[in-house]
Design a protein around this ligand. Structure first.
Ligand SMILES: NC(=O)c1ccc[n+]([C@@H]2O[C@H](COP(=O)([O-])OP(=O)(O)OC[C@H]3O[C@@H](n4cnc5c(N)ncnc54)[C@H](O)[C@@H]3O)[C@@H](O)[C@H]2O)c1
Ligand SMILES: O=c1ccn([C@@H]2O[C@H](COP(=O)(O)OP(=O)(O)O[C@H]3O[C@H](CO)[C@@H](O)[C@H](O)[C@H]3O)[C@@H](O)[C@H]2O)c(=O)[nH]1
Length: 441
């Protein structure tokens, strides 16, 4: 195996983790980003994002001389065998993918490419985008190059683990030689490789995310039914999941999916379908179910209290999932907005995402230093993200600190029986409501 020179463009969750992992398996990697502050941090060995295990691996490979950072594309591309594109493809107002950052990278490649290299697209891009990138660069340079689609499947919060232990690596290439190079680069990971054409690879990414989002909205609809029929969705999901054809993953009912991928990628796929005059009815329903689900706790609290005006609500967990500092499309944003609009006071806490949260939550939100501090003196608590620290609160903690013994749990963190024994009113998702004797009279 010969190690390669690799440039990675964009050092977000995908680019930085990819660059660090590729250097760890032996390649010589230069990461380039336009954000000077970020690059300065990374040059000093500090990761600008929170991702378990990333900092350690970063420091190790910088020290080994295999990993460096720059703001200069020309420097990163010099001598590169492969140029990985890992910039953002956010959602535009109409739901389509914004390819501005991809086009900017294509411009850089056209300007600075001096020798044959394989351009590898890691970013999630609509079907046909790699063809567009190819023709875009082609128009501006005579230097030969190939384009390969290599979509990324890592999850935030376990990005390093997923990169080393992924289920598959998808390589979409029209040039066999270029596909072979990317397969060779990835060989040390020891992960099964799936080879296909470029457009199918692009579609695999959207189809995978849309399918996972569908699983979540499906189980959430089952949860809503369970509430009306007095069944328990946790048991229903466990019973369903034992059928190997269904599988037990991604069947956790709750307040829906957030994050930087599912919301934008499901919307983009609806648009991609629309562009070829296909109405993706199923996916539209998945999105609609999620919209309602993200607002569920406010509805439940309104039903319990009547008015929320003047109530103080401890919001426990702000990131879109545990083990990340990412606030993109987090349910906490919607919940905080709705609560403030209803005249409530919100006291928020998250172990890691608080700094990012301050930039996106309404200005009226107050912050606490711990989960425990957040519930002290609050009327009620909303469990929004299932961080260990939050799930470690005991029913006794809630009972002793909340003004009213009522908890709204959006992630089914707590045991119904123990909440009942502690004398709490406890609302979760798709499970029987626990009401104190007093309430039931
Ligand atoms: N976040 C995830 O978990 C995840 C997983 C799989 C796939 N993806 C996809 O990967 C892509 C990247 O996502 P992300 O979350 O890592 O994005 P991000 O927003 O966290 O990071 C993008 C980075 O690119 C940099 N950048 C923008 N333009 C640049 C340019 N011209 N040159 C150099 N750097 C530039 C930005 O400064 C930023 O640091 C998206 O298409 C996303 O859909 C994301
Ligand atoms: O059973 C479940 C599983 C997840 N979620 C929610 O779904 C969202 C997304 O979770 P997860 O998929 O774990 O995190 P992401 O980092 O967004 O990862 C998804 O999006 C990435 C970006 O495309 C892909 O690479 C990954 O494969 C895909 O899992 C979060 O809000 C979770 O709370 C549920 O509500 N129930």
């Amino acid at each position: 195996m010969s190690f390669k020179n690799i440039a990675v463009v964009g050092t977000g969750y995908v680019g930085l983790v990819t660059g660090v992992a590729l250097s760890d398996i032996g390649h010589s990697v230069t990461c380039v980003d336009i954000d000077e502050q970020k690059v300065e941090l990374m040059q000093s060995g500090v990761s600008p994002i929170y991702e378990p295990g990333l900092s350690e691996l970063m420091t190790k490979n910088i020290k080994a001389g295999r990993l460096s950072f720059t703001t200069k594309h020309q420097q990163a591309f010099a001598g590169a065998d492969a140029i990985y594109i890992a910039v953002g493809t956010p959602q535009k107002e109409d739901g389509t993918a914004d390819l501005r950052f991809i086009e900017a990278v294509a411009d850089h490649i056209a300007e600075h490419l001096t020798h044959y290299a394989v351009v590898v697209t890691k970013s999630t891009v609509p079907v046909g985008t790699n063809d567009y990138i190819k023709s875009y660069i082609d128009k501006h340079t005579d230097v030969p190059f190939a384009v390969v689609s290599n979509p990324e499947f890592l999850r935030e919060g376990s990005a390093v683990h997923d990169t080393f232990h992924g289920d598959r690596i998808v390589i979409g290439a029209d040039s066999v030689v270029a596909g072979d190079l990317i397969e060779e680069i990835n060989k040390p990971f020891g992960i099964p490789v799936f080879r296909t054409d470029i457009r199918s690879a692009e579609m695999i990414k959207y189809a995978s995310n849309a399918f996972l989002a569908t699983k979540i909205s499906f189980v959430n609809e089952i949860a809503n039914l369970c509430e009306k029929l007095n069944a328990n969705v946790d048991d229903v999901a466990r019973g369903m999941g034992q059928d190997k054809r269904i599988g037990n993953k991604f069947l956790n009912a709750g307040i829906g999916y957030g994050g930087s991928c599912f919301p934008k990628d499901t919307s983009a796929l609806v648009q991609i379908a629309g562009n070829v005059e296909h109405e993706f009815t199923l996916l539209k329903a998945v999105i609609e179910v999620n919209y309602k689900q993200q607002r569920l706790l406010v509805e439940k609290a309104r039903e319990h209290f009547g008015s929320l005006r003047g109530k103080t609500i401890a919001m426990l967990g702000l990131a879109f999932k545990p083990n990340t500092d990412d606030m993109r499309e987090a349910a906490s944003i919607i919940l905080a907005q709705e609560l403030i609009l209803a005249g409530a006071r919100v006291v928020a806490y998250d172990p890691i995402a608080m700094e990012n949260a301050r930039n996106v939550l309404p200005a009226a939100v107050d912050y606490a230093d711990s989960a425990f501090a957040a519930i002290q003196g609050a009327d009620t608590a909303f469990v929004v993200t299932e961080w260990d620290e939050i799930c470690a609160l005991t029913p006794g903690d809630f009972k002793a600190n909340l003004k009213e013994p009522v908890v709204f749990d959006g992630r089914n963190c707590f045991n119904i029986e123990t909440m009942k024994e502690a004398g709490l009113n406890y609302y979760s998702v798709g499970r029987p409501v626990v009401k104190t004797e007093k309430e039931l009279v």
